[in-house]
Write a protein of this length. Sequence first.
Length: 213
Amino acid sequence: MDTTLRRRMMLWVLGMLGMALAMGLMVALATSPASAAPRSVDPDTLTPPPPPGAECKATGNYILCQTYFEEPSLVNEPVFELSCGTVYETSTIHREGIRWYSAEGLLLRRFVTEDVQGTWSLSSTGEGPTVAFFAHDNWTDVYTTPGEEENVSTTYHGDSFTAMAPGSGVLFHIAGIDLPDGTHHGAGGAFFIDEAGNVDPEADAALCAALQS
């Protein structure tokens, strides 16, 4: 057989085999469960359920939920006491998150980003000197027992809290990483107000000076 003819026949056979393989692959992908569009899931069927407005979809081994949360804005709300008077806060808090649930609907992991902006004043109308504060942080919750809020390991990252005042510069700055065992690595440390609402004396003096300047 002529060499050129043999080559043409070989190319034709290879081309037909390639076409058959491509068609077979297309059929396999079209009928494969993995290629199906993610299926929407009712958030109320999950444990624990995500915040209202969450969008949840089944994506194979997991159910993923996108969450969006706005804290009710504060406008000149009394929040804590200083030796020089009541502190009134105006602020906004925005959070977004991703939740990973098992195929059975039990929460396994949660990642949240947070943006906080606000001011403090000694005036119930927000007038006079103010201290501005903000936070840009995130945290990851790992559920050591799926679906149970009581068994969560949390790690925090980012700028947890910064407060500034005109003429005084940065008053407080807490940033870095907080590990599940309570260890803090980075700037600052514990917040200046404890769980009982008591303000650290040095923080009290700094805030009073800034808010009465």
